[in-house]
Design a binder for this molecule. Structure first.
Ligand code: ADP
Ligand code: ZN
Length: 616
């Protein structure tokens, strides 16, 4: 039974413990068992009494000795009479000579003389076998370690940075769409790496480190590779989490090693992905295991501080959590230049589609503008994925071209996961249709919201149904009336269920959660409640060091807290009432929409409008 940890145990570096447990630790037991067995087998198993030489001579004189067995100066023998305790052994003095043997002969003792020692090779073998086994096991063990760590056991501190030679023809700036600002920011770094002397002659300070900030999939890695390719320098890349490995101290020595290699190959570009995993503000974070991280971070800082002017090495680091970074990383001479990679806007999405459909045969009706319009909020990686899914679909159907429909279906898949058509029983299906029709109808009658795009009751991913709106453009700033409409739309599904079935269902749980969160933000962060007034707190924002919300003491008084709760509740109840009365008012349209959904399962914008207009 595992012993529960003592409460005041040192916090263990969790990762290390887990990894060690995965090792076949028991192989260390094998040599021990072997040695144990080995030494046992060299003991005479029957009981042997060790006696002094004098006692032996005395026994010999009394004719008590039956036989002797002489090996070098060790004499083993047995007394007359046999039995368990009849065996003895003694050590002969080293001046014993032929007389001794004659003496034994006279007494009619059975004499066996063995060669002084085993032949040399037997001795050597016997001495070496346990070592051989230990060495073999060690090699085996280190192999398994090696395969996990991608290096030999003796050089596991070597950096894992992969080297991409300039000749490897990786992506160039032509393959990076949009991101014009970021490219511009990096252009003088490219110039510098191409011709460092020009800059050095003028004493120009070139940033040693550039921090690329952007959501996952916005092209940070791509841009780093392309920058190296544009400058024609070798590219070394490593992921922050790779620094931290099985053994303490490995991270720091990996850093040292990587910088050394890059310096040797200068001009060179080092790319550190996910720098936040080592670069979190020091002294923060929960639990143990931080020493290793801090050591690694310190080593990175030390290396960057130690750049000589002739070391033409630029470090690009990527993160999607710039808020958690240790301020020391951002100090002058380190990552003092920042490049922001935004999610692509519509124009950028068009050009990303262009890049990724360069080699895709597109059907004539495919319009990249339209594709961009229907992929609001997609990252470059999402678009890449979408194009790939669409091509896969066309290939499966053995078509030569990728059609508009392929893209539409691929988009839903990328956005919401694979369809799961047979998930629902008929009762559930009608209930979902009612719920989605409720969202849909409230959306239809909401003035300030994005237009309806699609309603579907085909379950996919985790959602049982969806009502989808298409923002006419990307929104960066949210208007109060827009938000109130949103609250109402969240309530629409639940209200429709209550209207038709008289009860709510658990299907609206997520709607309620989102609505509550939004209402709270409106009250607490954005000053959108007249009862509270123009106060803004940072409540509800992510905790900077953990990437998630923590239950912190509220930054306002209990009295205000009560008011806030009441305001949030008031907003939500009002939204529910509005949604409910809208649905009652347009009850027959709700019924038509439900029927249409049950029949067609999924309705696009035009079909929805047709259906609603035919029944006013
Ligand atoms: P990040 O490192 O920011 O998570 P990546 O650079 O790994 O994102 O992007 C993943 C993939 O997404 C790229 O290989 C590329 O195919 C595609 N991609 C992302 N951004 C762009 C872009 N701006 N232009 C073209 N392709 C992009
Ligand atoms: Zn819903």
């Amino acid at each position: 039974m595992p012993t529960p940890p003592k409460p005041n145990d040192e916090p263990t570096p969790k990762k290390d413990v887990q990894q060690l447990h995965r090792d076949p630790w028991f192989i260390w037991l094998l040599p021990i068992v072997f040695l144990f067995y080995y030494s046992l087998s060299h003991l005479d198993r029957s009981e042997v009494k060790v006696i002094p030489y004098s006692e032996f001579i005395q026994a010999l004189g009394q004719d008590q000795i039956k036989s002797v067995d002489i090996r070098g100066l060790t004499l083993k023998g047995s007394y007359q009479g046999g039995g368990q305790s009849s065996r003895f052994s003694t050590q002969l003095p080293d001046f014993i000579g032929d007389d001794f043997l004659k003496h034994l002969e006279k007494r009619a003792v059975e004499i066996r003389v063995q060669p002084n020692q085993n032949p040399v090779w037997v001795q050597l073998l016997a001495g070496f076998i346990p070592w051989l086994i230990i060495i073999a096991l060690f090699v085996l063990f280190s192999r398994s370690l090696q395969s996990r760590m991608g290096g030999g056991v003796l050089n596991f501190s070597k950096s894992k940075a992969r080297r991409f030679e300039k000749t490897e023809g990786g992506p160039t700036y032509d393959d990076v769409a949009g991101l014009e600002g970021a490219k511009r920011d990096l252009s003088d770094i490219i110039d510098y790496m191409k011709d460092p002397q020009r800059f050095q002659a003028l004493g120009a300070q070139i940033p040693k480190g550039v921090l690329m900030m952007g959501a996952p999939g916005t092209g940070k890695t791509l841009l780093a590779k392309a920058t190296a390719a544009e400058a024609g320098v070798p590219f070394f890349s490593i992921t922050g989490s790779e620094f931290i490995e099985l053994y303490v101290g490995v991270g720091a020595s990996r850093v040292r090693d990587m910088f050394q290699t890059a310096r040797k190959d200068a001009p060179a570009l080092i790319f550190i992905d996910e720098i936040d995993s080592v670069g979190r503000a020091r002294g923060t974070g929960l639990g143990g295991g931080n020493d290793e991280r801090e050591q690694t971070l310190n080593q990175i800082l030390a290396e960057m501080d130690g750049f000589e002017p002739e070391d033409v090495v630029v470090v690009l680091a990527a993160t999607n959590r710039p808020d958690v970074l240790d301020p020391a990383l951002l100090r002058p001479g380190r990552f003092d230049r920042k490049v922001v990679l935004d999610l692509p806007d519509k124009a950028a999405r068009v050009s990303i589609f262009k890049v990724h459909t360069r080699k895709t045969p597109l059907a004539e009706e495919v319009d990249l503008q339209e594709l961009a319009a229907m992929s609001v909020g997609f990252s470059g990686a999402d678009i890449h994925n979408l194009v790939n899914e669409a091509s896969l679909r066309a290939a499966r159907d053995r078509r030569a071209e990728v059609t508009r429909e392929d893209f539409q279906i691929a988009r839903d898949k990328v956005l919401m996961g694979e369809e799961r058509p047979n998930l629902l029983n008929p009762n559930e299906r009608s209930r979902i249709a009612c719920h989605e029709a409720g969202h849909g109808l409230v959306t239809y009658y909401s003035e300030y919201t994005d237009p309806l795009q699609k309603i579907s009751i085909v379950p996919r991913g985790r959602a049982l149904g969806v009502t989808e709106q298409r923002p006419s453009e990307d929104r960066h700033n949210l208007d109060e009336s827009y938000l109130r409409d949103r609250l109402r739309i969240f309530m629409g599904g639940r209200c429709a269920e209550k209207l038709l079935y008289n009860t709510a269902s658990s299907g609206a749980a997520d709607d309620l959660k989102q609505a509550t969160k939004l209402a709270r933000q409106m009250v607490v962060n954005w000053g959108m409640s007249s009862a509270i007034g123009p106060l803004g707190f940072s409540e509800g924002e992510n905790h900077p060091f953990l990437g998630r919300e923590l239950t912190e003491p509220k930054p306002y008084s209990e009295a205000l807290a009560e008011k806030v709760d009441a305001e949030v509740q008031r907003l939500l109840i009002k939204a529910e009432q509005e949604a409910s009365s809208l649905l009652q008012q347009h009850r027959s349209q709700l019924d038509t929409l439900i029927a249409a959904l049950l029949e067609h399962e999924s309705l696009e914008k035009d079909a929805i409008e047709h259906c609603l207009k035919s029944n006013r």
